[in-house]
Ligand binder design. Structure first.
Ligand SMILES: Cc1cc2nc3c(=O)[nH]c(=O)nc-3n(C[C@H](O)[C@H](O)[C@H](O)COP(=O)(O)O)c2cc1C
Length: 161
């Protein structure tokens, strides 16, 4: 059976991690793209992004979401926004049927951690088995080696079981 990485990334940190997990696991990748992206700079970014996350908005996506039937493992990646997952992930979760899947999470944050975000994802995805989670604080290209090792160890410990 196959694995799918579904993720959203406004500023590239979550995408950086998604690509490394994908390379090491050989998964398909689905990068969620909202039809209308929020501004990427300054106060507007936090205002519109924060509001959208707090009000649990479900922005329309450019993507056509594939059926989850062919995947047994789904790895969901998100930046932490206002303590929760980003709105495009909300759109994804509410537009697919997901039961009895193996699900793992990864998240990037600015220092506040991802514990609450992971709890909220588990709550939204009841009926599945949660096999692992991993978080990073604004990972960047110059940390590639360290991050790659961490991800390889995580895959061996949780995802390949
Ligand atoms: C709208 C918005 C809300 C955010 N809220 C949080 C937060 O509650 N806690 C936190 O630690 N970081 C927060 N951040 C920082 C991002 O989670 C962090 O920079 C992350 O690495 C960005 O990932 P990306 O580059 O994939 O978009 C927020 C960023 C934005 C744009």
């Amino acid at each position: 059976m196959k694995s799918l990485i579904v993720f959203y990334s406004l500023e590239g940190h979550t995408k950086f991690i998604a690509d490394i997990i994908g390379n090491n696991l050989g998964s398909d990748l689905l990068e969620l793209k909202p039809e209308k992206e929020i501004p990427k700079t300054g106060f507007k970014k936090y205002f519109w992004g924060g509001k959208s996350a707090i009000f649990k908005e479900k922005p329309n996506l450019q993507n056509k979401i594939p059926s989850m039937d062919e995947y047994d493992t789904i790895i969901i990646g998100t930046p932490v926004w206002a303590g929760t997952y980003a709105p495009p992930i909300n759109t994804f979760i509410s537009s697919v049927q997901m039961k009895n899947k193996r699900i793992a999470f990864f998240a990037c944050h600015g220092g506040g951690g991802a514990k609450k975000c992971f709890e909220k994802l588990e709550e939204a995805l009841k009926g599945n088995t949660f096999i692992g989670e991993i978080e990073f604080k604004d990972p960047t290209e110059n940390e590639r080696e360290k991050v790659t090792k961490e991800i390889k160890d995580w895959i061996t410990k949780y995802l390949e079981k």
